[in-house]
Every structure is written in C-alpha cells, then in structure tokens.
Design a protein around this ligand. Structure first.
Ligand code: ADP
Length: 714
C-alpha cells in the first residue's frame, strides 16, 4: 500500500519521498484507523489526508474553517490533476446541490467543506447520498473549547459523522495543540493513543528572534528596506497602529498593503489579493488577517507588539516559511504592550475564571520575551510540558554572539534617577533628566538640582530611552497601568544597587538577510511564474513554490525529463508549465554559462533510471554521430547534448579528448582559469578567444577535475 502511496506522491506532487511522520499517518488512515496528525505548519499535513483520499474508493470530505483558503487549495489540487471542489457560504443553495450531485457521480475525490454546514440537518441528509470514505478534520484544535480558536460548529461534526452509513475513517490534523487539547480531540473523534502521529511542533526553517529596547518603527522600516523583494507580514495589535505604521512605511518609499477589521470587505479583499499575488510584498495587519492565508513564500513575520498569547503568536509567526525555506519571525517587545493586552482582556465579556486563564497565557507570552533559553524550545515546553531541554541553534538566543556590554554603572544611575524623581514620571522625562535637557517641565519640577541630572549626557537621548526600555524588559523596572504610565523600581534592582549583580546588554542588532540567492536565475523564474499566475488568475505559489523554483535555479535541468526530478514538479505541472521554465534556464545557460550548484538530478536519476538520458547521448557520440546530429535525432537542444557528454564524463565514461580540443587550447583554458580563479564560466569565456566555446571550456575543466580526482585517489 505504501508503494502505491509513494507512486501517487511522485505522480501528482512530484516528490520522491515522504517527510517524517507522513508515511506512518497515511498507512494508519489507509488501514482504517481514526488518526491524529500533529505536525508544524508547513510540515506537510495535507498529504496525510489527500493521498489516502486518492487511494480510497469514494470521496474524502475535508472539514476546514479556512473558507478563504479553500479555493486556493482546490485550485492547487486541480492544477496537479486531482479532482476536488469546495462547498462553503460563497455558493448558492443550487450550486451546493449541483456539486453534491456531481460528487455522487464520482466527479470529485476531495470536497472541502466549512464546519458550519454540518449544523444544517438538510445538508447532512444531502451527504447521505455520498460514498464518504474519509473525513479529514483540518485545524482540529478548533474542536476543543480549550483551543484558542474554538468553533462550536465543530462539535456538530461528530453527530454528522455518526449519521453517515459509510462509517468513514477520521483523520484529524493540527499544528497547535496543548496536551489538554489533544486529549479533547481524541475523545471527541474516537482516536486512540497509538494512532497519534506527532513530529512535534518545531519548525526548523524558522528563525525566531526578539527585539527589545529598539525603536520598532525604525527597526521595521530598515528591515523591510533590506528585504524589499521578500514577502512579509507585519502584525500590529490595533487598527490605529496598522494605519500609522503603514503610513510611515509608505512615506519611507515602501509599497505596503494594510488589513484590519475597520476596512471595507472590498478593501480587505484587495489587500489580501495583492499580497497573495506578490503585487505588494509587505502587508501590515491586525490579527484579523491570516486565518485563510496559505501563501507559502512569506519570508518574514514581524510582530510590532506583543501578541496576547503563545498560541496566537505561534500561529501568526508560523505563517512564515510554509514552503520550508528559511524565514524569520521577529517579535518587537516593549513593556508597555503588556498594558494594552491587559486592557484588551478587561474589555472582553469572559467569565472570571476564563479571564484568569487569559492573564496566565499573557504572562507566558511576556516570559517568552524575557527568557534567555532557546526560543523554539520555549514553544515545545509550552505545548508539551514533559520534554527535555533542547536547543535549536538558530533562534536569537541560541545564535546571539554579540558582545555583551556591562551596563551596570549606567543602570545604577538610571535606578537612582528614577528613585530621586519619586518614581512618579514616565520614561521620556527620566531620559531627559539623565541627558541634562533644559526643557520647561524639568525646570518646573526643579530636576536640574538632582545629582543624577545630566549624568548620561554623553549618550543620545534615544539611547538612554533604549537602556530604560531594556531594563523594563528585563524586569528591573516596571511601568504603572493607565494612559500615562510611570516607571518605578522592582526588587530586582536591589542586588544591582548593592553591587552584588551585574547587568549586561547586548549591542544593538543589525538585521541580516535571510538567504542570498546565488544569481538572477531564481528571480527570472519567479517572473515567469508571476506572468503565468496573472494569466491563469491563480496565486504564484500554486504554479510552483519558491522551493521548487530555488531547486530549478540550483540544479538547472536542461530537458523535461530532468525537470521532472525537481521536487514539486509532477506530470501535470510539467506538461502545463515545464517548457516555459526550461526555456529560461537553457537561455541563461547559453548566455551566461550559469552552472548548476547542485547535482541532485544526476544522482537521483542514476539511482532510479537504469538507462539515463545522458547515456543514450554518450552511446550515439561513441558511435560516431556529431553533437548536432545527436541533438537533431533526439529532438533536444545542442546545449543539452553537450551537458550529457559532461555528465557522462563525470560518471566515468571515456572520450577521445584530442578530437575535442588541442593541447594549446587546453593549456590556454587552464592558464586563464587559474587567473580568473572562479568556477564561473562567463568571466573565463570573456578572456578567451571567440573560437573557444563553453563546451570546450567545460570539457577541459572536466578533464582537469578527473586528473585531480585520480591523483587524490592514488
Ligand atoms: P501543512 O498543512 O502542514 O501546513 P502543507 O501540507 O501545506 O503543510 O505542506 C507544506 C509544503 O510542503 C507544501 O508546499 C507541500 O507541497 C510540501 N510538502 C509536503 N510533503 C512533502 C514531501 N514529502 N516532500 C516535499 N515537499 C512536501
């Protein structure tokens, strides 16, 4: 059965192997066991129900609360040649009936349905006519009232499932669930412990970091400018913040979209689509944005303020890097955010015990900002309590090698100044007193008489403010509640004032770029993808994901056979789009001599295909055909044929070197190669006479490589 599943994986999705947890979960569902799949966002949960769905007779119903996502998911499946549709509130009653009727005739393998539908007995009775073999419950944490997105309509699911005469297998899937929620899901959907498949929640490609004590508007502006071609979401807590931050970014020359519940439906939809279709790279939004977003190439998610709890943060930040590419999740923290979140909790109509729970959750969020432990590990401990400590090695705490500066003396001065101001003023005025400012308020209160007045005059006022914010974040100082918070000391100051404890602060961080693209090929492929997306009116990532394009740019397939080896290229997509992407790659190789930086194609192909394409070319070459004759005979481009010969040499096949280049030419190429000192062909070609073409250069270099290898082996 797994063999069949593997061939479906290759045929439709273009992937060679299952990821961790997928095969086990698929086997369990195929074996008819109700199962729970716990995988991080981007971990590949969809395949765990789609492949069993494709292999099973009958129809798979996918229950998903993400209505706006359904169309994309269905488009994506259709583009791979899988028959699927959706039923949600965007359809008329008539359309729903038609789709069910078509499903009855076996036209769809998968149907995506919103949970609310199950509340209608009429709809449930319509379902009776279907041969439902599997029910996939996506975002299964919504079924639990302990989950952060509890949907009461999920509770009617059980009833609907019981009513179905086909007794379908249930597969529940989620990326965020505490132990409490997991137990709830299992109880409600009759899933036993041995059918829980968990790969944990860790997202290795996400680089979590916290920015404390920075001027967040400037930080974000700089960050966005440095990552201007990357897609990113910036979450802010209030509509007002979304408005002011997006205005600021616009004024700084950055094209941004904005999204919050105060905008019209039309404006929100436009903003979402522009972001989805890569027409605008940055979206500033409240948490109203995201539930329905499956954009896979979001390279960063920045939180302008503290979110309300870890569950929300992990879900929002988790919208980065769904395609598995490295992406950043940055949380800008300032202590005053806590007051805002407390205020928002107070505004809710929650019962006292639920309110208390919200406060506890907020505290865990604040602790996340203070911890010096691995940030990924913090999430794991939060979601699954009984696990041992681990480090991810790539979050800001694990990676932080910045020099820590001893700021004890400055901190003592700050504490002392706050004390002398009777702990009755805000951060700005404290900073101004320490700076030695002569402003009216300082004179009014006679603060220029304080012994701490002007003691930090050598620092810019902004830096003094940063220091105070850092001390607040570290818990040495605290802010009062209310509109004009005043800053006061906590008991953590005592050992510092007694010189029993030192305080270190890291120097300010310069954001680094997430990943460098080795050349322009990736960008060109993205452009083609954008063109296709505009013509076909589907989001770019439905055509191919970033990681698929990245792999194309690294491997440089030069024919459709090789292209099929790229992860994410299935037969259907190959037939539809393959040639357009291939043309760009071949063109770039001809123009710039761009070389593959990865050789996955060759190795994979050699393993799987007993008579690979390059061997066919090599045999014809050995039988005396010229390269042009072979190209014509095999209906391949000459450059492909030339590369086959190089591949054959690399695979250990012999050729007669003298027929391809003279000793003088070889010497000249090697001397020039030494001078250029690079593997790049273009600079080499530019320095050589015109009659020495790329193929000759590649042959000479391949010969030299063989020589070096033989020497090393000897
Ligand atoms: P989730 O639902 O867990 O957030 P998805 O199912 O959307 O994740 O998968 C995330 C990405 O990973 C998609 O682009 C998907 O095509 C890709 N993917 C899934 N399984 C595999 C696999 N076995 N090999 C390579 N890529 C995969």
């Amino acid at each position: 059965m797994l063999l069949e599943a593997t061939s479906v994986l290759k045929k439709y999705y273009g992937y060679d192997s299952f990821r961790k947890g997928q095969a086990e979960a698929i086997e369990s569902v195929i074996a008819g066991e109700n199962s729970l799949v716990l995988m991080p966002t981007g971990g590949g949960k969809s395949i765990c129900y789609q492949i069993p769905g494709l292999l099973a007779e009958g129809t798979t119903l996918v229950i998903s609360p993400l209505i706006s996502l359904m169309k994309d998911q269905v488009d994506s499946l259709n583009s791979m040649g899988i028959k699927a549709t959706f039923i949600n509130s965007s359809l008329t009653q008539e359309e729903v009936k038609n789709r069910i009727h078509a499903a009855h005739n076996g036209e769809f393998k998968l149907i995506y349905i919103a949970p609310e539908r199950f509340e209608s007995p009429q709809f449930r009775s319509l379902l009776q006519s279907l041969n439902v073999s599997i029910i996939a419950v996506d975002e299964a944490h919504c079924i639990s009232q302990w989950g952060h997105d509890f949907r009461p309509s999920y509770r009617t699911l059980r009833l609907a499932i019981n009513e179905l005469s086909t007794k379908p297998v249930i597969v529940a899937l989620t990326a965020t669930a505490t132990n409490e929620v997991i137990q709830d899901i299992c109880k409600l959907l009759s899933i036993s412990d041995e059918h829980i498949f968990s790969t944990g929640f860790k997202r290795k490609n996400l680089l979590f970091s916290i920015e404390k004590g920075v001027d967040r508007t400037s930080f974000i502006t700089n960050y966005v400018k440095q990552h201007k071609d990357k897609s990113g979401i910036i979450y802010a807590s209030t509509r007002k913040d979304v408005e002011s931050l997006s205005n600021h970014l616009q004024k700084s020359g950055i094209k941004v979209g904005k999204y919050h519940a105060g905008l019209s439906d039309q404006d929100r939809e436009n903003a979402q689509n522009m972001f989805l279709y890569d027409d605008v790279h940055v979206l500033v939004a409240t948490n109203a944005f995201g539930m329905g977003i499956n954009k896979s190439n979001v390279r960063y998610v920045i939180h302008y303020q503290l979110p309300k709890n870890i569950e929300s943060y992990y879900q929002e930040a988790g919208r980065a890097g769904r395609d598995g590419e490295e992406s950043e999740c940055i949380l800008c923290f300032a202590p005053q955010d806590i007051q805002l979140q407390k205020f928002l909790i107070e505004q809710t109509q929650l019962q006292p015990d639920m309110k208390k729970k919200e406060y506890q959750k907020l505290q865990s969020m604040v602790d996340y900002c203070h911890t010096e432990k691995c940030l990924q590990d913090y999430f794991i401990h939060y979601f699954i309590q009984d696990v041992s400590d681990q480090t991810c090695g790539n979050c800001s705490n694990c990676m932080d090698e910045r020099e820590k500066v001893d700021i004890t003396k400055d901190a003592q001065i700050i504490f002392s100044c706050i004390k002398r101001m009777n702990e009755r003023f805000g951060v700005t005025l404290v900073a101004q007193v320490l700076k030695g400012s002569g402003n009216k308020r300082i004179k009014e209160f006679g603060f220029q008489q304080l012994t701490t007045y002007g003691l930090l005059k050598n620092y810019p006022e902004k830096e003094i403010t940063f220091r105070i914010q850092f001390l607040l974040a570290e818990g040495f100082l605290k802010l009062s509640e209310g509109q004009y918070p005043t800053v006061s000391l906590t008991k953590r100051c005592v050992p510092v004032l007694r010189n029993e404890e030192k305080i270190f602060q890291r120097s300010l961080r310069q954001p680094e770029s997430v990943s460098q693209i080795n050349d322009g090929l990736f960008e060109l492929l993205r452009k083609v993808r954008k063109e296709i997306s505009s013509i076909e009116n589907i989001p770019p990532f439905v055509v191919f994901s970033d990681s698929t394009l990245r792999e194309m740019s690294e491997i440089c397939p030069q024919n459709l056979d090789d292209m099929l080896e790229i992860k994410g290229v299935g037969e259907q997509k190959l037939a539809k789009y393959g040639q357009r992407f291939l043309d760009i790659i071949v063109d770039q190789i001809e123009k710039h001599g761009h070389q593959p930086t990865k050789e996955v194609v060759t190795s994979v192909k050699n393993m799987k295909n007993e008579h690979p394409s390059f061997l066919e070319t090599y045999e014809r070459y050995k039988s005396g055909q010229s390269l042009h004759e072979i190209a014509k005979g095999r209906e391949l481009k000459i450059i492909t044929i030339q590369n086959h010969i190089i591949q054959a040499i690399e695979a250990g096949k012999q050729i007669d070197w003298e027929t391809e280049f003279s000793i003088e030419e070889e010497k000249l190429i090697l001397e020039t190669y030494d001078k250029v000192g690079s593997e790049k062909l273009k600079p080499l070609k530019d320095l050589l006479p015109d009659d020495i073409d790329y193929f000759k250069i590649k042959l000479v270099l391949a010969k030299q490589k063989l020589g070096t290898m033989t020497k090393t082996l000897a």
